[in-house]
Design a protein around this ligand. Structure first.
Ligand code: PLP
Length: 425
């Protein structure tokens, strides 16, 4: 497609967009300017206008039924998570029995590693990406230490090559093969939060399995963004949060995937709580843990229904839009944003070179573009903010933006370019 950096072109693209009606389902913040350009759906997704009704329904049920809402509410709370499962499973490409919405992301990573990082004999090592999201680093580090193992020896980080910003996937595969029968676990972010690099999860999973290791992914920046096929790819486990591309409220509930070849094994070690107990006999409160079959067997507690309701509001929107259409728009919208940035960079090359460090190949990224503004610093970012752009600044010098296909428009991309040019000058 031939793009143009003009308002007319952007509006023409918006008029043709099959998802254009979805923009109106969200509230856009207005605190910087009436015409904000919101590009941080990768950090906190916007609030669907329907969310308050979903939450209000549960507040009303609570007012009306008190504790009996567990059974008498329209969506009985004791099984509330079941209303989310199928829709969440579609978003990540899983069978419903492999998914449950529960807890928060870092909590889930730990719970899953309790089951899937079980160092034995000489198979004790973990491969992860260098400069992973800090919470993931801490989780991995503490898991290794929890098993009484030496961190330096057992946590292997894959770094970009000298002078490069992105990780070369060949280096991940080569390291997996090199560590071989000492490798217990591969744990990587499906999309790197800093660079926006998307990894070939199917390929990494295959490589991990070929040496007998377990493979899991943190999908915080992938769920609702990438067209995932966790089941078909054979991924062992995954976790993601609900509040980034999935718009499910600040700190909202998160998701777990456990492949069905593991999920139906009650003997698999885990940390247990009553909500993971077989639901037919849960309330007999017998001693001895008998887990639910499927991913539900990793739940500890009864669900925070208000947060779950917010997540359901958003999952209903995803269900209506469909990941296929979302993915198709994502590629075109992100490519348009890239084109606009390149055009502005070219026109202002003397003042500032804008380098997109995210892969140029659309099969190697999602909606996020990470930009380094050479010759400019935080001032440029502050000038963008002043004009009404909500983007994200990462030390030392990266601006992250993510046009979210559900609610961002081509006009947003064009206007970002205009603000960017004004900020440079
Ligand atoms: C956002 C994000 C988190 C946040 O974890 P919480 O437990 O939800 O606070 C963790 N890991 C990655 C990769 C993230 O992008």
């Amino acid at each position: 497609m031939v793009y143009q950096n003009t308002i007319e072109f952007a509006r023409e693209m918006d008029a043709k967009d099959p998802l254009k009606a979805f923009r109106d389902k969200f509230y856009f913040p207005t605190f910087h300017s009436k015409e904000v350009v919101y590009l941080t759906g990768n950090s906190l997704g916007l609030q669907p206008k329907s969310t308050s009704d979903y939450i209000k329904n549960e507040l009303d049920a609570w007012a009306k039924f008190g504790v009996e809402g567990h059974f008498l509410a329209d969506k009985p709370w004791f099984a509330y998570h079941e209303f989310l499962t199928e829709k969440a499973a579609k978003v990540v490409g899983a069978n419903p029995g492999e998914v449950v919405i529960t807890h928060s992301l870092t909590t889930n990573l730990h719970l899953l590693m309790v089951s899937f990082y079980r160092p034995t004999g000489k198979r004790t090592k973990i491969i992860c990406e260098a400069k992973a999201f800090p919470s993931d680093q801490y989780a991995l580090e503490s898991q290794v230490k929890f098993h009484g193992l030496d961190l330096k020896e057992n946590l292997i980080e894959i770094w970009p090559r000298e002078g490069e910003v992105l990780i070369n996937e060949e280096d991940i595969i080569a390291k997996i093969n090199e560590v071989g029968d000492e490798l217990a676990l591969v744990m990587i972010g499906g999309v790197n939060y800093f660079t926006g690099q998307l990894f070939d999860m199917e390929n990494i999973t295959k490589a991990g399995h070929s040496v007998g290791a377990t493979v899991g992914f943190d999908l915080a920046h992938a769920a609702g963004n990438i067209n995932l096929k966790l089941h078909d790819w054979g991924v062992d486990f995954a976790a993601w949060c609900g509040y980034k591309y999935l718009n499910s409220s600040p700190g909202g509930v998160s998701g777990i995937f456990v492949h069905e070849r593991h999920a139906y094994k009650p003997e698999l070690p885990r940390f247990a709580g009553w909500w993971g107990y077989d639901k037919e006999t849960r309330f007999q409160m017998e001693p001895g843990f008998n887990p639910m079959r499927g991913a539900e067997g990793w739940q500890l507690s009864n669900a925070p229904v208000l947060g779950m309701a917010a997540h359901l509001a958003s999952l209903d929107i995803f269900d209506e839009a469909g990941m296929e259409r979302i993915g198709a728009k994502r590629d075109v919208l992100t490519a348009y944003m890239e084109f606009v940035i390149d055009a502005i960079s070219k026109r202002n090359a003397e003042r500032c070179q804008l380098e997109i460090i995210t892969p140029r190949d659309k099969t190697k990224r999602g909606a996020q573009l990470s930009i380094v503004a050479h010759g400019q610093g935080k001032d440029l970012f502050d000038a963008l903010t002043k004009q009404g752009v909500i983007a994200d600044w990462r030390e030392p010098n990266v601006i992250r933006i993510a046009p979210a296909p559900l609610y961002n428009s081509f006009e947003d991309c064009f206007r970002f370019g205009q603000y960017l040019e004004a900020a440079i000058q």
